[in-house]
Design a protein around this ligand. Structure first.
Ligand SMILES: Cc1ncc(COP(=O)(O)O)c(C=O)c1O
Length: 424
């Protein structure tokens, strides 16, 4: 089936009541048939719903739908994108290990990697940039994975996933890709050699700014057993589960089973079934919304680029953008609806512009039906030092727009009046 069809029907067959919408299973637990059934489920010998910190039938539909859209073997949904990011690293990286990361990252991810994970004995090695040549020399025998954002937020860089996957695999480690900005409609990292995908569903997948959620998708293809000494967490028997070895016992989806059984079970960043319901609704219209997001973003970017009150515009749809060719190749001619730019007059003019906007909402999100604006250096990336900001692709005056679904003339009118206030 095609993506548009999977996004509406994937993972669900109406049974029982024949409800067309996926039911919200608002329950904490599920009745075991008998003691034998309970034991088998608890030891991961059979799949089944038991306690809703760990799994839930509504979430299960969303997981199947996402796995199908990304071309993976299984998925796990969790309470936020940050939970997905942190569970993905904690699933693969034992204490004492390092992982290699491209520096163009969402601010909380950057801070978590640079300043929180070291306290758990896990070191993030930041490459100079996102190129495979910069990442390769940082991989050594204590490396557990490579992590990149397919499209960096807000830098807008498009990673050459095939080249990065190649150097990761040559170094014996998986590639984890945060595919939040692209969504599986624009890009499927697993088709380009990545091994695991993570998402903040809070953004385009939800699409309406109502719900926080994250997801991890397992490609199911990384050869964990070939690297047994590097990945004891996948190959050695798990004491808590009576000797289960994730790579041996769940060869098609070891990453997601481990993330669910170890991270989610023990630390409980569980997605509520109501939130899953919201994301299922979001997915139904994702392809359609992206068309309008893109058309509006192209028009707004062209408007800004032609306006003398604007100093610079970065939009990956412009042929002179440094990542234009990679975007053409990986996004099949499409572009995300994120634009960054600087107002003539620098930092102060940028903030005056920000304050003068009326229709654009000033908030910490992207991918909403509503158009949004943020000043990354003082908000999403506030915790970064000036060197870290430069590495993450953020200049002090940078304004980030997430272009929504309103009529584009109304958006341009709002930008125009705010530019007049800021530069007048
Ligand atoms: C690329 C990216 N990854 C992860 C996150 C974290 O997601 P959440 O806010 O759902 O925790 C964000 C949030 O902005 C993001 O942009």
């Amino acid at each position: 089936m095609h993506d548009e069809t999977i996004a509406i029907h994937g993972g669900y067959q109406a049974a029982g009541t024949r409800a067309v919408a996926v039911p919200i299973y608002q329950t904490v637990a599920h009745d075991f048939i008998d003691a034998e059934h309970a034991n088998a489920i608890m030891d991961l010998e059979i799949a089944g719903f038991h306690y809703n910190r760990i799994n839930n039938p509504t979430n299960d539909v969303l997981e199947k739908r996402l796995a199908a859209l990304e071309g993976g073997s299984a998925a796990l949904v969790v309470a936020s994108g940050m939970a997905a990011v942190s569970y993905s690293i904690l699933t693969v990286a034992p204490p004492g290990s390092n992982f290699v990361v491209a520096p163009q990252l969402y601010g909380a991810t950057y801070t978590y990697f640079a300043h929180v994970l070291p306290s758990l004995g896990i070191t993030a090695r930041f490459a100079l940039d996102d190129r495979a040549e910069s990442i390769a020399p940082l991989i050594d025998e204590r490396t557990s994975c490579v992590f990149v954002e397919s499209i960096g937020n807000p830098a807008g860089n498009v990673v050459d996933i095939e080249a990065v996957a190649e150097v990761a695999h040559r170094g014996g480690v998986p590639l984890i890709v945060d595919n939040t900005v692209a969504t599986p409609m624009l890009l499927k990292p697993l088709h380009h050699g990545a091994d695991v995908v993570v998402h903040s569903m809070t953004k385009f997948i939800g699409g309406h700014g109502t719900t926080l959620g994250g997801a991890i998708v397992d490609g199911g293809t990384f050869p964990w057993a070939e690297h047994a000494s590097r990945f004891p967490n996948f190959n050695e028997p798990e004491v808590a589960f009576h000797g289960v070895a994730f790579a041996r016992d769940f060869p098609e989806r070891p990453f997601v089973v481990r993330a669910r059984s170890i991270q989610l079970r023990n630390t409980g960043a569980t997605l509520s079934p109501f939130s899953s319901f919201q994301f299922l609704l979001g997915l139904e219209t994702l392809a359609l919304r992206l068309e309008r997001h893109e058309a509006n973003a192209r028009a707004v970017a062209a408007y800004l680029a032609a306006d003398p009150r604007v100093e610079w515009v970065s939009f990956v749809g412009f042929p002179d953008h440094p990542y234009y060719d990679l975007a053409q190749r990986y996004l099949r001619g499409h572009v995300p609806s994120i634009i960054t730019f600087g107002v003539r007059g620098g930092y102060d003019a940028g903030l005056a512009f920000f304050d003068a906007l009326d229709l654009f909402k000033r908030l910490l999100n992207l991918g909403d039906a509503k158009s949004l604006v943020i000043h990354p250096a003082s908000t999403t990336h506030r915790q970064l030092s000036s060197e870290e900001l430069t590495a993450a692709g953020i200049s002090p005056e940078m304004i980030r727009l997430s272009i929504g679904l309103e009529h584009v003339d109304d958006l341009i009118a709002d930008l125009d009046q705010a530019l007049s206030v800021a530069t007048g």
